[in-house]
Write a protein that binds this ligand. Structure first.
Ligand SMILES: Cc1cc2nc3c(=O)[nH]c(=O)nc-3n(C[C@H](O)[C@H](O)[C@H](O)COP(=O)(O)O)c2cc1C
Ligand code: SF4
Length: 463
């Protein structure tokens, strides 16, 4: 198969390089790959099956407005938050974001207000903002829905973030395999610039800011924030050692804010209302609205918006419940870097603290529902192979550990000896510990998480 036609198949959805086809049947994929058919344009609403209404905050415009029309965007509350941000001033914007309790939606859940305040306080005046739109975690497709369906919202949110942090230039680091997002974002940036929502003296505020769209080249590791710096600067996309942290020394050696797409889009309701009001949504430790990418054995896979604290059962029900004939075997929460929970965990509250207590993470919002037809050992081997292939190879614990982990799993799957199984299980635990403790970046540090949860929580290798 040629590189241009490589694809990922995740249960019911397919992204074919340069072309989008989801959901898809095996016949459709075969015809597309053989060139017999062309992909049909899918309406964006299909990936966000909730009916757009006033109860939705992040998805309210998805499928409801024309993503190519700035007039449509303005008619639906567009740029109101930016005008308000200019009127209350940069310090107050950061105060509102801090009061909201917003934390990053890219996986690490770092407090956004604290990050913005750190950049704003740097003595160096040349500062950058990067929107991380690389979205390469298997099972994650929430940012794609925002990028394709509400691109002006990202332009507005980035302008507010840049104003608050005193940044003059922003980059959208966009996953290379998102062609429709590229088209819609390019339009949004150009039209916003023409209408003075970007560029010099935006809306007569005296503030200058512009955005460049930078396409990634398809490496999972390039979503790590410091690997993005290297990639934009023209080097290999390898993570940098921290400290120094990006807020002090980031892109081109300057203070840099890196935020996920969904994190940034959350800033609009915070500024439009108030940080205090936003903080009334959710639990003590997890504030606000969250997008989940529900895939696998559910009737209506797609991106769903809920308030933090909804249960896993409620989310699966929102996605139409289990498919007819399916019995729940496990749910992968947080993606390959997250962990598995079992049918006994359906009442788990979807909050950062409850996920942590259950030994997993919400990560970037993956909820992959696996039924009885899924071979868990195959799943684990695919996850191990994914980390082995995506490790950048820069540090030994990850470069060697991910290979040894995949080999040990393969041996376990074919082993008939209790002694050999015990040795490999021990080795797997040791490898996991070393990778977690000694890897430079989050890829190596989390490469054992899902496998560990399958061993300890689902007990996949016990009799
Ligand atoms: C291997 C790896 C891949 C990552 N990929 C992404 C990604 O695609 N999108 C993203 O927003 N964050 C990704 N992150 C997290 C970023 O490093 C960073 O924490 C995030 O962009 C910060 O934004 P936030 O605070 O708004 O979440 C990745 C991290 C690692 C270790
Ligand atoms: S942990 Fe893995 S991906 Fe990260 S720097 Fe080390 S080798 Fe590269």
């Amino acid at each position: 198969m040629s590189g241009r036609r490589q694809f990922w198949l995740i249960e019911t959805g397919v992204t074919v390089r340069q072309e989008v086809l989801a959901p898809a049947t095996k016949t459709q994929i075969a015809e597309l790959v053989s060139g017999k058919s062309a992909p049909a344009e899918q309406p964006i609403a299909q990936a966000a099956p909730q009916t757009p209404d006033k109860s939705l905050v992040l998805l309210s415009r998805i499928g409801n407005t024309n993503p190519l029309s700035i007039d449509d965007y303005i008619a639906n509350n567009g740029f109101a938050a930016l005008r308000k941000a200019f009127s209350i001033g940069a310090d107050q914007v950061i105060a509102e974001v801090t009061a909201s309790g917003l934390v990053g939606r890219g996986g690490a859940a770092f407090p956004t207000g604290r990050k913005w305040a750190a950049v704003a306080s740097q003595p160096v005046k040349t500062r950058y903002l990067i929107c991380n739109a690389d979205e390469s975690e298997p099972g994650t497709f929430k940012d794609r829905v925002l990028l394709e369906g509400d691109p002006f919202a990202l332009v507005e949110a980035m302008t507010i973030a840049a104003f608050a942090t005193g940044s003059q230039h922003g980059y959208i680091y966009l996953r290379g395999e998102y062609p429709r997002a590229l088209k819609n974002l390019t339009n949004a940036v150009e039209v916003s610039r023409n209408k003075n929502y970007l560029g010099e003296n935006i809306l007569n505020s005296g503030f200058n800011f512009d955005i460049t769209i930078f396409r990634g080249a398809g490496a999972y590791i390039c979503g790590e924030e410091t690997a993005i710096f290297n990639s934009i600067e023209g080097y290999r996309g390898e993570p940098r050692n921290k400290p120094p942290f990006p807020v002090e020394v980031g892109l081109f050696g300057k203070p840099t804010t890196v935020n996920n797409v969904e994190t940034l889009v959350n800033v609009l309701p915070i500024i439009n209302n108030s940080g205090e009001q936003y903080a009334t949504w959710g639990s003590t430790g997890s504030k606000g609205k969250k997008l989940f990418c529900v895939s696998g054995a559910v009737s209506k896979p797609g991106v769903y918006e809920v308030t933090f604290g909804a249960t896993l059962r409620q989310l699966i029900d929102l996605a139409g419940g289990l498919k007819s004939g399916s019995t729940l075997q496990a749910v992968l929460l947080g993606g390959a870097a997250g962990g598995f929970v079992g049918p006994q965990d359906l009442d788990l509250e979807l909050t950062l603290e409850a996920a942590r207590a259950a030994g997993t993470t919400l990560g970037s919002g993956v909820v992959m529902v696996l039924d009885q037809s899924v071979n868990m050992l195959d799943q684990l081997q695919r996850i191990a192979a994914f980390f082995r292939d995506e490790s950048c190879g820069q540090c030994v614990p990850c470069r060697v550990g991910t290979v040894r982990q995949q080999e040990a799993l393969a041996r376990l799957v074919s082993s008939n000896s209790a002694d050999e199984t015990a040795i490999d299980l021990h080795l797997l635990r040791d490898l996991g510990q070393v990778m977690r403790d000694a890897s430079i970046c989050g890829l190596g540090q989390t490469a054992h998480n899902a496998i560990d949860s399958a061993l300890t929580r689902l007990k996949v290798f016990s009799a």
